[in-house]
Ligand binder design. Structure first.
Ligand code: PHE
Ligand code: ZN
Length: 849
């Protein structure tokens, strides 16, 4: 059984499985090093099947016995699975296999985390548990018996019986194997109940390790809010008697939507004021919602094949962002989403890893859980909603759930319900799924005789495998402002469908100022020659909060870019506008915090690159430092008052209003620290009674290189709490000066609490290093080398997390030749590693090409 060369899988090759799976019965005899899995599966051959091969996936399984209708059989076994001769009519397949959960460091299949058993099957992990047609279009009901000494034995569906050392579960809803889950451990639950709209009484539990039971209440509230919201907004109810969430410490991703048994990275569910920041609370609420919403968009209606991943992920991200907008502030959510989209998805879409929202080939599906599938996939749904309108969107979604319940679907099915509801031809819209790359929309305008003309021109750069692109349909939301700041034309959605198109607005008394791409109505890069005064005008007057922020963001970027390229001082007009805005108490603190938050250094690098320059990370860093120092000095007199005014009084609450205020407060503190050398930050650290304040103060002190004492105190206080220790590891690297980041990260990898097998800890250090742009790219390449060393070491243990982290190299061609040479040599070194995983091999190969 030799290693096979990496194989590419194509969408066009899709063929259904030739058998129906009528039912699945599984028995688990748990043992850390040698768990036995017994399966009993009824298959019915499909008479019209194009492919009649009986192939069951199976990897890293030790086959003990195999039977068909009670008779022993001897299947042909390969590294990928087995084949066997089978009867022409329905038959029972039985197998017994042995697996090693303890030795499973890849965290895929059945593995152990801190003494508890848990599973991760998406995308193709079930084949590491037993032989099975492990593909999402094979759906069946599962009955599971677990035998083990652990106090708590959980699987999908409803509990049907339990006794000393065993428990049985039955899931009545047919599901693909990737939604299977099993958890066993000495866990404690935080229980609650929920009654659905139609009166079903549902038992809710969050299961955690002893000691963490005080950190479940917030997640539970978020779950109940999600359940109500999905009923109210989409008319979707929960469909089992019980809903379980389990927190595990070792997990490759954020969380997983297994039917009735969601498994969460503990960082995405455990929350308490003392240990979690505002940002943690917000993220936990969103992820709980996301996984819950998958019950309909993903589980009841699933994907036909993994090329359709965005069918469930894009839609579910879209739904969770609607939820967050409703629970908190819609404009703040939109602005944060766009910052995130530009930071991660635009980088991906404009580099060697660019791929379609629905890819047409892959080697390792784990490498396609990307910002493009998730976040751009959600943007595409947002555009669709904008184009058809809210009512049609609601009708089409309703039709989708009625028509496809219980099915494994494609993007075509999704678009069809919109065509059927609206009569609209969506063939051009479909290009959003099949063409990779971020469209550029160039804007020019003219005014004459009361008519204002906007001309929009679209083009999309070539991406790997796609040199030429056709024009797409792009919804461009536009509003017009008069010279006094009043809106003379309310928001209107222009549909750009051609390469170049003009739109006119009549009856105007003077040339208006256009607010274009309001709410960021399409994931495109707007190219427009605007004056700084026009931007300052929009920053002061635009009624669309997104574009108001956007105007400030564009000014911030341009000012920094001028500083980098021309060595000039920060733009005086922009500084002036900014200081006014920060001091304007009539504005929402959350909005002020966003306006104050600097454009990310990687966004600046990307923008410089787009404009034909080679970004110098050190110069970008220096410009940011100078800018912040100048801003702090310009605000000298106001900072103490602003700090006091934005200090939240009373007991901690993670609500949107307090969060926005604390965000602004943290920005003020960081400015203050530049003037007072850290006195206020040290006082805040000493007095902090919640993690948001403690973390913000420590960040300021570390950044000022004055945090040694507090960092030690933080360690002493929190060394017993894994999630807080992740912050301790990450924050030091994130706040390190460029010349110190790599050596500090290296030292931390030798800390007794550094644990490569724990993805959170690995990411805390290595992710923070990669995010510290000037530190990671510091001349000499120590950062690159350290990361490559660690990726090579991790690949042998955990390919999925290694491969994901390789993507930090994706922007390498932006940089100067010495940096490119250094990065290339590290990528080459990774690629040359013996027994490199398929995951990492695919990523490194794509990045290098
Ligand atoms: N499907 C999970 C989610 O979005 C993500 C995930 C993918 C988790 C693969 C684990 C493994 O919500
Ligand atoms: Zn998801």
């Amino acid at each position: 059984m030799a290693e096979t060369a990496p194989q590419t899988i194509y969408l066009k090759d899709y063929t259904p499985f030739g058998y129906q799976v009528d039912s699945v019965h599984l028995t688990f005899r748990l043992s850390a090093k040698s768990t036995r899995v017994l399966s009993r599966i009824q298959f019915t051959p499909l008479p019209d099947a194009a492919d009649k091969r009986f192939f069951l996936h199976g990897e890293q399984l030790q086959l003990i016995t195999a039977k068909i209708d009670g008779q022993s059989v001897s299947p042909q076994v390969t590294l990928q699975g087995l084949t066997c001769d089978t009867p022409d009519t329905a038959f029972i397949w039985e197998s017994e296999v042995e697996i090693d959960p303890q030795g499973n460091t890849a965290l895929e299949g059945l593995y152990m985390s801190n003494g508890m058993y848990c599973t991760q099957c998406e995308a193709e992990g079930f084949r590491k548990i037993t032989y099975y047609p492990d593909r999402p279009d094979v759906m069946s009901t599962f009955t599971v018996r677990i035998e083990g000494d652990e106090k708590v034995l959980l699987s999908n569906g409803n509990p049907t019986g339990s006794g000393d050392g065993w428990a049985e579960w039955h899931d009545p809803w047919p599901k693909p194997a990737y939604l299977f889950a099993l958890v066993a451990g000495d866990l404690i639950n935080h229980p609650d109940r929920f009654t659905t709209a139609s009166g079903r009484d549902v038992e809710l539990n969050i299961w955690v390790r002893p000691g963490d039971e005080g950190k479940c209440a917030f997640g539970m509230e978020a779950l109940k809010k999600s359940m109500s919201w999905d009923e109210d907004v989409y008319g979707l109810e929960y469909d089992l008697d019980i809903f379980n969430i389990v927190a595990v410490d070792d997990f490759n991703m954020g969380a997983m939507e297994n039917k009735g048994l969601n498994v969460f990275n503990s960082s995405c569910v455990l929350a308490s004021p003392e240990t979690s920041t505002d940002a943690n609370f917000e993220r936990i609420e969103a992820i709980i919602a996301h996984e819950y919403f998958h019950n309909w968009t993903g589980n009841r209606i699933t994907c036909r094949d993994w090329f359709q991943l965005c069918l469930k992920e894009g839609l579910t991200v879209f739904r969770d962002s609607q939820f967050t907008s409703d629970m908190r502030s819609a404009s703040v959510k939109r602005i944060s989403d766009v910052i995130d989209l530009r930071g991660r998805q635009f980088a991906e879409d404009n580099g060697p890893l660019a791929h379609q929202v629905r890819p047409e080939s892959f080697q390792e599906i784990n490498n396609f859980y990307t910002a493009t599938i998730y976040e751009k996939g959600a943007e595409v749904i947002g555009m669709l909603k904008r184009l058809v309108g809210d009512d049609s969107y609601a009708k089409a979604a309703k039709l989708y759930f009625e028509r496809h319940d219980g099915q494994a679907c494609t993007i075509e099915d999704w678009l069809q319900v919109f065509e059927d509801t609206t009569g609209r031809d969506l063939s051009q819209f479909k290009l959003w799924y099949s063409q990779a790359g971020t469209p550029r929309v160039k804007v020019t305008d003219a005014y004459a005789d009361g008519t204002y003309t906007l001309t929009l021109e679209q083009s999309t750069p070539a991406t790997p495998g796609q040199p030429d692109k056709d024009p797409r349909v792009i919804p461009v939301a536009v509003g017009l402002l008069g010279q006094n700041g009043d809106e003379v034309q309310a928001t209107q959605v222009l549909e750009l469908t051609q390469a170049k198109q003009s739109f006119t607005f009549d009856g105007l008394s003077a040339k208006p100022i256009a607010s274009i791409l309001r709410q960021f109505s399409a994931p495109v890069i707007l190219q427009r020659d605007t004056s700084n005064s026009e931007r300052a005008f929009l920053l002061a007057h635009d009624s669309d909060p997104f574009n108001r922020w956007e105007a400030g963001n564009a000014l911030a970027k341009d000012s920094r870019i001028a500083m980098v390229l021309e060595g000039v001082a920060p733009d005086a007009d922009y500084l002036d506008a900014l200081t006014k805005l920060v001091r304007d108490d009539s504005l929402d603190p959350a909005f002020r915090a966003l306006v104050l938050s600097p454009p990310s250094q990687s966004d600046l690098a990307q923008t410089l690159y787009e404009r034909g320059h080679t970004p110098d990370p050190q110069a970008i860093y220096d410009a940011a430092e100078t800018f912040t120092q100048t801003l702090a000095e310009a605000l000298t007199d106001s900072l103490p008052r602003l700090y006091a005014d934005t200090t939240v009084q009373g007991p901690y609450s993670p609500d949107a209003t307090s969060t926005g205020k604390r965000d602004l407060n943290a920005r003020i503190l960081s400015l203050l620290t530049r003037l007072d050398g850290g006195d206020q930050a040290a006082r805040q650290y000493g007095a902090a009674d919640n993690m948001t304040l403690q973390n913000a103060a420590l960040a300021c002190l570390l950044k000022a290189d004055k945090g040694e004492q507090q960092s030690q105190a933080f360690f002493d206080q929190w060394q017993g709490d894994r999630l807080v220790m992740d912050k301790w590891f990450g924050l030091q690297v994130a706040c390190a000066a460029p010349d110190k980041a790599a050596s500090l990260a290296e030292a931390l990898t030798r800390h007794p609490l550094f644990d490569m097998k724990n993805p959170n800890r690995f990411r805390a250090v290595m992710g923070a290093l990669a995010m510290n742009q000037a530190g990671f790219h510091y001349a000499g390449g120590a950062g690159y080398q350290l990361l490559a060393d660690n990726l090579i070491a991790l690949d042998a243990l955990n390919p999925q997390t290694t491969a994901r982290m390789c993507s930090v190299f994706q922007t390498w061609k932006r940089y100067d030749q010495p940096r490119q040479d250094l990065i290339r040599s590290q990528l080459d070194r990774i690629a040359a590693t013996k027994n490199l995983s398929r995951d990492t091999n695919e990523m490194v190969t794509r990045i290098l090409n």
